[in-house]
Design a protein around this ligand. Structure first.
Ligand code: GUN
Ligand code: FE
Length: 467
């Protein structure tokens, strides 16, 4: 009991212990140390005397305890395992085209604008603030190919106190003439980018919140040499990798023409040394059983992006099948293929997608059916599942002693609550379910990353970039 305590909460905590096990702890006291780590959790504290005894042991003043009111609860922060910060200005538009046409008409022209650092300075602070404000305490970002703008995004993520993985995009072929790199430039600027991010100031305990991530856009826009070279950089710096995999049928056909000697899309990435336990592949909708087997063998994580999959008609991912086969899954917003910046929206569309799969492949009393995702499973995917994809499952994702406190203080009955909680509802699982399906950022009173309050309705933004 030596750690100095910086914050203590008393009230209800809801978190995932496993895919199936959603734990609800009421009348619980949780203390955080000065490094943002959970120092103690004392359950079932029903009287003030016991509470005071514990506070005395930890030398923490009773008046400073943050006491949650009746329906308020704390839950782990959301992990967005796939989002394009650069595409935020397009969110909610351009949903009339399938992937490859959508990229050409809407996405590449917008991303090209980030050749101007002043454009990046206008956009990136807003998107990072908005993701935080929506409860995303960890985000895995695609920036663009531009070095300076990508460095700026990493700097902003760090300044705003979000946990983040930031990728400078690589693309050296099958791209617009004004939005493409040479092989040499792409590799060189990626190494410079890694160096920049790894040299951002560390936290007071010597750890870091912001990491670089190797980001080949997808195998269509990257030559073999580029994929191999940046795969080597990932190895050299021991950093993660992200890309897109098996999102759209035309994309898959194009890949088979570009790489006729490789058996499938997943093998293309594997052949270039890009698949390992630190790789996140977005979508993974149309994978064959052979590809899924390889993904499992390499311990690759799949970022399920259901809003995007619906919005640009890419397909419906059978998440139950991935989970049954032991593949790691997290959720992603995939802005702006997906129109919403909120992981709550991803949760809802993941639920709907799983119900569509369930109805399309009806159960006939055998083991071929795919039951839709449950509330505990959806919660897991949004928090612990994401933490596994970014290899931070020992650090964040739920409330265990020693983990860092990334959390949302949810007020289901706030002034402008969209939840309509009536007085006779006192079952916390139902209140939590209502929040997950009906709640929004108005219900997020405080948002904590590593114990620091970084956003929420009670938090005052000092940044003038924000609207
Ligand atoms: N595949 C390659 N680039 C992209 C992108 O920007 N968004 C999505 N959804 N898929 C991609
Ligand atoms: Fe994407």
């Amino acid at each position: 009991m030596t750690a100095e305590i910086s914050k203590v909460f008393y009230g209800t905590f809801i978190h995932s212990l496993s895919l199936k096990n959603l734990e609800i702890l009421q009348n619980t006291l949780l203390g955080i140390d000065y490094f943002g780590k959970i120092a103690f959790i004392e359950k079932d504290i029903l009287d003030e005397k016991t509470l005071n005894e514990i506070l005395f042991q930890w030398k923490f003043p009773e008046d400073d305890v943050i006491r949650l009111s009746k329906w308020q609860f704390l839950m782990p922060g959301f992990v967005d395992t796939h989002t394009h910060a650069s595409q935020y200005p397009n969110a909610g538009t351009g949903m009339d085209l399938p992937l490859l046409d959508w990229l050409k008409k809407y996405t590449f022209p917008l991303e090209q604008s980030y050749s101007s650092l002043s454009f990046a300075k206008k956009m990136y602070p807003t998107i990072v603030s908005h993701l935080l404000r929506n409860g995303t305490t960890t985000a895995v970002y695609f920036a663009t190919t531009h070095l300076e703008s990508s460095e700026y995004l990493a700097k902003i993520v760090k300044e705003k106190g979000q946990r983040g993985f930031v990728g400078k995009v690589n693309m050296d072929c099958n791209s617009p003439n004004d939005y493409v790199e040479t092989l040499d430039d792409s590799v060189k600027s990626t190494e410079e980018f890694i160096d920049y991010v790894l040299n951002l100031e560390e936290e007071k305990d010597g750890s870091r919140l912001v990491y670089p991530i190797i980001t080949p856009r997808f195998a269509i826009t990257c030559t073999s040499q580029l994929m191999s070279s940046i795969g080597s950089l990932a190895k050299k710096y021991d950093i993660p990798i992200q890309s897109h995999l098996s999102e759209n049928l035309d994309e898959i056909e194009f890949i088979s023409k570009l790489f006729p000697n490789l058996s499938d899309y997943t093998t293309v990435y594997d052949h270039h040394g890009l698949l390992n336990g630190k790789t996140i592949m977005a979508h993974g909708i149309h994978l064959s059983s052979k590809e899924r087997k390889l993904i499992k063998e390499r311990n690759v994580g799949i970022s399920h992006c259901p809003t995007s999959n619906f919005a640009i008609c890419s397909g419906i991912c059978n998440v139950r099948q991935l989970l049954n086969e032991g593949i790691k899954v997290g959720l992603g917003t995939d802005l702006s293929g997906g129109y919403s910046k909120s992981i709550l929206n991803a949760v809802r569309n993941a639920s709907i997608a799983s119900r569509v799969v369930f109805m399309a492949i009806p159960s006939k009393g055998n083991d071929k059916s795919f039951p839709h995702l449950t509330l505990p499973e959806l919660t897991y995917l949004a928090t612990m599942g994401g933490a596994e994809l970014v290899n931070l499952d020992q650090k964040i994702g739920n409330f265990l002693i020693g983990k860092e406190f990334d959390a949302l203080l949810v007020d289901p009955n706030c002034n402008k609550s969209p939840l309509d909680i009536f007085d006779d509802l006192d079952d916390f699982e139902r209140i939590f379910e209502k929040f997950m399906f009906l709640g929004d950022e108005r219900n997020l009173k405080s948002i904590y990353v590593k114990g620091q309050n970084v956003s929420g309705t009670d938090f005052e933004e000092v940044d003038s970039h924000d609207k």
